[in-house]
Write a new protein. Structure first.
Length: 287
């Protein structure tokens, strides 16, 4: 994988658009921190209401208002930013490809693929940030509520990491084969026989199914590990009668947040693998 050229291409996109991208990322971080604090605020509200203290709802209400305001603004703003980035990236890419003598139908395919480079900044990187914040935050909160459950979560990450490392290597190979077909699609549709066109779309289906199956298998194995973690957490509560209703709710919510973060890993690995291969093509490393 020629990661240096892909990194340079992504760095160029960042350097030319860092103000707009930085603001959207900052707003995304605020949203995720709000999401992280919901369980604790809700648990606090539950315990307060059970004691007849309605003011315990105030942190939850304030948190909800902040999350709503930031989320609405971020949704409107980042669409404007990234649509503009794509128009510039696609135009520059076509100019570079023409200078290198790449055939027209292949350039068309690469223009389509280049959209995914912009999506990497708009969707994949925020998804990575969200997953990291959720994982680190949920694990930290589990340690705060019960250190032993936090240890359980860290132990669960060992098999989860190994499984996603294997999937990353397989995903890159499968995406390379798929993108080989997509890049040639315009030429096949324009110049090939109907039989060749049918065969082309069969190959697209074949590689997409292979990628989906590999991702689903990884997700299934990760889910088994998380189920074991959930059972261990429930057994831990059965040994302790001191936990309040709010604490139990919060801990189980953070276990579910941990689950949500690790369940996103196969999707992130798949998307990053696809972007790396596309980056090689758009930058000219794949001819």
């Amino acid at each position: 994988m020629k990661s240096s050229s892909v990194s340079l291409l992504l760095q160029s996109i960042w350097r030319n658009n860092y103000r707009g991208i930085s603001l959207t990322y900052g707003l995304t971080i605020v949203e995720n921190v709000c999401s992280l604090l919901y369980a604790a605020a809700t648990g606090f509200a539950i315990d307060g209401l059970l004691k007849g203290n309605p003011t315990s709802l105030i942190p939850l209400i304030l948190l909800s208002c902040i999350h709503l305001t930031v989320g609405l603004f971020r949704h409107v703003y980042d669409t404007k930013v990234f649509v503009g980035i794509y128009s510039r990236v696609a135009s520059d890419m076509v100019a570079r490809q023409r200078q290198k003598g790449i055939e027209g139908t292949r350039i068309i395919g690469r223009v389509s693929l280049s959209r995914e480079l912009v999506d990497f900044f708009q969707m994949e990187l925020p998804a990575v940030a969200s997953t990291v914040i959720q994982f680190v935050g949920a694990t930290l909160m589990l340690f705060i509520y019960d250190p032993l459950i936090g240890v359980f979560a860290l132990i669960a990450m060992i098999p989860i990491t190994l499984m996603n490392r294997w999937f990353g290597k397989r995903s890159y190979r499968l995406n390379r084969a798929l993108n080989d077909r997509i890049e040639k699609e315009a030429d096949i549709i324009v110049n090939s026989s109907l039989k060749a066109i049918v065969r082309h779309f069969f190959h697209l289906k074949f590689w997409r199914v292979k990628i989906s199956n590999a991702e689903a298998g990884t997700w299934g194995l990760v889910e088994i590990v998380v189920i074991v973690l959930t059972i261990a957490t429930l057994l831990r509560f059965s040994d302790s009668g001191a936990a309040t209703a709010g604490t139990i709710y919060a801990v189980l919510s953070y276990v579910r947040m941990f689950q949500g973060s690790v369940n996103e890993l196969p999707i992130i690995v798949q998307n990053v693998s696809r972007v790396y291969d596309i980056g090689e093509r758009v930058s000219g490393d794949v001819n």
